[in-house]
Design a protein around this ligand. Structure first.
Ligand SMILES: Cc1cc2nc3c(=O)[nH]c(=O)nc-3n(C[C@H](O)[C@H](O)[C@H](O)COP(=O)(O)OP(=O)(O)OC[C@H]3O[C@@H](n4cnc5c(N)ncnc54)[C@H](O)[C@@H]3O)c2cc1C
Length: 597
């Protein structure tokens, strides 16, 4: 079949995508929902989430506290209306998920158990041992099977979003956008002009056959996850190449706050495999080569339970001061959980033990675990409002690919899984509503043919470069120049190197010409997307001449609310180059103040 029609197309089968599908299907059983995923849904990155999901569940917690922790954690860059909505909905989603079969860990008295997490003022993180994402994703997937109106295209890779500008032919997209947005680069997501393009569907490749199909949809939801793979050292799965953000950008949508990339303090050297914050939540210590709990020096009131940006920077300071350990894969510190004892480790942190044994060769019952900061999460993404709407008509986004923004300059651990559920559900409901009044516009046969020709040309192209070499180079540049600490000079070098490397795309020859599961071809398409993400991170980071949350500038070491209390938006302008604009942060009742713990 080469074309599909649906009311709602959802791109991504992780936590956010599945939650959106269920919400839409439940809202209106008459609606057709098509879930498209480049991997089988239960292999989405959500499956690897470990430590837990945040929501106000215990008596000594409150919505006020969760809002404040999230906003302070974000270094006051979160949009506070979104945070309030999120905090209010998160507990309902957690309970809902239990009713759908998710086996949350329990306290002795039978209550749902909560553990401490970084930057939270109280125990707020609900978990299922240290395999939370695995249980959540399977519960969502199984639930989604209940609805006959959810159909799936598993192992279909979306190569392009199609807008009504594309399908009407004639002038180029950018000319039309120029006309549509004369000085409207600053369009508010809510305030979509009548001439803004409408996303009418997408083109996807069936990975089992190599065939391209067109998907016409009244509304489209991006739930494609993050972009950690633009760095060489990351906890992120291979599939996290920022496809959805890049697809949205190329279709004319705005991306937001791309400079904010989270480094998680505790990754295993070499592989970057994550050791969950739950290990510190359960009482683990961070130690330097003198055996000191060095967080005493940086955050004595919070110690190992500070937010991720501060702990990652503290580890780097220890290493710089010569108090780290060196190994074949770089310098690291120790995470010590020996004092928790074998029973607790096996009960609450079985995966931490298993992975330390398999990937670092240490048994944390007897030895400390070597850890170093590692790229983990994209705070930025497709700019959306609190209803998950992007700046384009017909296009919504939720989960890690979106920037709503509840995370601002630094996400608190365990807020992300809750964000996937809350805004996934929101996106599904909003699309269901919008479908009542919107008409299906068909993706034209010409649009499909153009994309088929583009892919055919890629397969025929000759050149001296490979996907692997260019991708590795891109990742190295980002790791070196857009890491935990940045400065003007490094960012400029990084940007110039990325732009010149991008020209090598044309020089890549694909060795594999096969139709069936051509991972070299999809690797190429992902690499194109990664260049969009890399450029957006670097340009946004250059523009933000202050230090806030995860964005640390060694040449501008202080937060500067006077000039930089704003979101950074990037948009493709009429010359197909990336243009930046600044938009206000929504402040409701938490006035920005120094971020003290
Ligand atoms: C190791 C690890 C542990 C974590 N632990 C926690 C935790 O304990 N608590 C917490 O709150 N957060 C945690 N996080 C973060 C959290 O898991 C993620 O932010 C969240 O799961 C993202 O979910 P998602 O639905 O947005 O995307 P994903 O789960 O990444 O799913 C993306 C989906 O999009 C599809 N897709 C992407 N591109 C395309 C394309 N071109 N065409 C078709 N389909 C496409 C993929 O196939 C996939 O189905 C962790 C992250 C990692 C990496």
């Amino acid at each position: 079949m080469s074309s599909f029609n649906t009311d709602i197309a959802i791109i991504g089968g992780g936590g956010a995508g599945l939650r959106a599908a269920i919400a839409a299907a439940e809202e209106n059983p008459e609606l057709s929902v098509l879930l498209i995923s480049k991997v089988y849904p239960v292999r989405s990155h959500t499956v690897s989430a470990e430590g837990g999901i945040a929501g106000v569940m215990s008596e000594d917690d409150s919505h006020e506290k969760h809002c404040f922790d999230t906003i302070r954690g974000s270094d006051y860059l979160a949009d506070q209306d979104a945070v309030e909505f999120f905090v209010n909905e998160a507990p309902k989603e957690i309970i809902q998920l239990e009713h759908w079969g998710c086996p949350w860990s329990r306290e002795e008295n039978g209550d749902v158990a909560v553990r401490a997490f970084g930057g939270m003022s109280t125990k707020r993180t609900v978990y299922a041992a240290d395999k939370t994402g695995f249980y959540m994703l399977h519960s969502l997937f199984e639930r989604s099977l209940k609805y006959p109106n959810i159909k799936r295209l598993d192992e279909y890779f979306v190569t392009k979003l199609v807008t009504d500008f594309d399908s009407t032919g004639g002038e180029t997209n950018n000319e039309k956008r120029a006309e549509a947005m004369p000085s409207e680069k600053h369009t508010e997501a809510e305030n979509i002009s009548a001439k803004t393009p409408r996303v009418i569907g997408c083109i996807a490749m069936n990975l089992q056959t190599g065939e391209l199909v067109s998907i016409s949809a009244k509304t489209t939801i991006l739930a494609t996850g993050g972009a950690g793979k633009v760095y060489s050292f990351t906890t992120n799965a291979l599939i996290k190449t920022g496809d959805g953000m890049a697809l949205a950008y190329k279709a004319g949508a705005e991306l937001k706050d791309m400079e904010f990339v989270q480094f998680h303090p505790t990754g295993l050297p070499r592989t970057g495999i994550l050791i969950t914050e739950g290990a510190r939540g359960e009482g683990g210590y961070l130690l330097n080569n003198l055996g000191e709990r060095f967080m005493e020096r940086y955050l004595p009131n919070k110690m190992e339970l500070g937010p991720r940006d501060i702990i990652s920077r503290s580890i780097m300071s220890e290493i710089k001061a010569g108090r780290g350990f060196s190994g074949p894969y770089g310098e690291y510190v120790h995470l010590d959980i020996r004092h928790l004892g074998e029973e607790k480790i096996n009960e609450k942190l079985p995966l931490v033990r298993e992975m330390s044994l398999d990937f670092a060769g240490v048994d944390p019952i007897n030895e400390p675990i070597p850890v170093m900061p590692v790229v983990h999460y994209s705070m930025g993404g497709v700019a959306t409002n609190v209803n998950a709407k992007s700046s384009l008509k017909g296009l919504f986004a939720a989960g890690e690919t979106a920037c709503v923004s509840i995370n601002g300059a630094n996400r608190l651990g365990s807020n992300s899984l809750a964000e996937c559920l809350v805004f996934g559900a929101r996106a599904g409901l909003e699309c269901a509503k919008e479908c009542k009044s919107s008409k299906l516009i068909h993706v034209s046969a010409r649009e499909l043919a153009d994309e088929e020709n583009r892919i055919a040309e890629l397969l025929q192209r000759t050149g001296s470069k490979t996907v692997a070499t260019v991708k590795t180079k891109l990742q190295e540049i980002m790791q070196k120049h857009a890491g935990i600490e940045r400065d003007h000079e490094g960012l400029v070098i990084g940007l110039n190197q990325i732009l010149s490397l991008k020209r090598e795309l044309k020089n890549i020859e694909l060795g594999d010409k096969a139709k069936l599961f051509n991972t070299e071809l999809t690797g190429y398409l992902e690499l194109e997307n990664m260049f969009v993400i890399a450029e957006a991170i670097l340009r946004s980071a250059l523009d933000r001449k202050e230090s806030r949350g995860s964005h640390t500038r060694s040449d501008f070491t202080e937060r500067n609310d006077e000039e930089f209390l704003h979101h950074t938006h990037v948009l493709q302008d009429q010359k197909a180059t990336m243009s930046l604009s600044r938009k206000p942060v929504t402040i409701t009742k938490w006035k920005p103040q120094p971020r003290v713990y």
